[in-house]
Design a binder for this molecule. Structure first.
Ligand SMILES: Nc1ncnc2c1ncn2[C@@H]1O[C@H](COP(=O)(O)OP(=O)(O)OP(=O)(O)O)[C@@H](O)[C@H]1O
Ligand SMILES: [Mg+2]
Length: 290
């Protein structure tokens, strides 16, 4: 099945017993692009990813990945892809660095140590490199998981809900890593339930609903499906994410002047003498945004 697209899916169907999950899924993913598959819980996103990565067989229809048919050329497909599943697949007993070295060895790379160090640096895990993964936060595990899937530079990577459960900073770090991947020519198919994630990352967005792709296009094309926007005056309030990032810092290493201000404004512990109104200036503990 020869095709120019990195992924080509035609009339793909899959049932789990009586549950007809995929009812004729069609889409193409261009080489070097980021394609986001959106859908509610249970829409069938993971089922699509599992069929394309040869973990599962479809019931009908065809799918090719890097020009190889997923049903008849599964071994070639597996050699040319990498999969980061919905749930982190890292070894808890090993350190982050040991996990990376292990995969680099399994992929027969020449310098497993330097491959590991390079990825640890890229994913801000150098400081935690020697610690057991069982001591990592959820976000650190997820970053390590994605780093592991990049070993060997596969031309196509599947990321099933790469940022679910991550805090805003970790999400941005993962987004940057995904954008970098695409810049270096890797094709990325990611699934997500976060609409802003698709907006941030994807060249094309497809929505899987009731077993079929109901829309597929660029963000601009998708926006044109709605009537023209009405212009109205709104006061721009910071989102909770803006506040969080301003206080904590985008990479977690920034100083926290705002936190220091809040702390300085917190009234001292109440002592009998501090309770007299004249001894205690009115404490300002809330921040207002205008
Ligand atoms: N092995 C299985 N056996 C039976 N039913 C399954 C199996 N795997 C998935 N399903 C069902 O198929 C449907 C699609 O599941 P799938 O995991 O593909 O959805 P999803 O879009 O990835 O959902 P989520 O957003 O929750 O990850 C769900 O109703 C799920 O319960
Ligand atoms: Mg899923």
């Amino acid at each position: 099945m020869a095709t120019d697209a990195a992924i080509s899916v035609r009339d793909l169907q899959k049932s789990y017993k009586a549950l007809h999950v995929l009812r004729g899924v069609d889409f193409d993913v261009a080489r070097g692009s980021i394609f986001a598959l959106l859908g509610s819980n249970g829409a069938g996103k993971t089922t699509v990813v599992n069929i394309l990565s040869t973990l599962l067989k479809g019931d009908a229809g065809t799918a090719s990945v890097n020009g190889f048919d997923v049903a008849t050329e599964a071994a070639h497909v597996r050699e040319s892809i990498s999969l980061t599943g919905q749930f982190a697949a890292v070894d808890e007993i090993l350190s982050g660095r040991e996990n990376l070295v292990l995969v680099a060895r399994l992929r027969h790379l020449k310098n497993p140590g330097s491959v590991a160090d390079d990825l640890l640096d890229r994913f801000s895990l150098t400081e935690a490199a020697g610690r057991k993964v069982s001591t990592y936060s959820g976000g650190m595990r997820r970053r390590l998981d994605i780093a592991m899937s990049l070993i060997g530079n596969p031309p196509l990577i599947f990321l099933d809900e790469p940022t679910t459960g991550l805090d805003p900073e970790a999400r941005i770090e993962v987004w940057q890593a995904i954008k970098e991947l695409a810049r270096s020519g890797t094709t990325v198919l990611l699934t997500t339930q976060y609409l802003d994630e698709a907006e941030q990352l994807a060249d094309r967005i497809a929505i899987l609903h009731e077993g079929r792709i109901i829309v597929n296009g660029s963000l601009a094309e998708l926006k044109q499906l709605l009537p023209p926007v009405e212009v109205e005056y709104v006061e721009k309030q910071p989102t909770l994410e803006d506040v969080f990032l301003a206080l904590v810092g985008r990479n977690g290493k920034d100083a926290k002047p705002a936190m220091a201000t809040v702390a300085a404004q917190t009234p001292p512990a109440q002592t009998p003498s501090a309770q007299t109104p004249s001894a205690t200036p009115p404490a300002q503990t809330t921040k207002e945004f205008r």
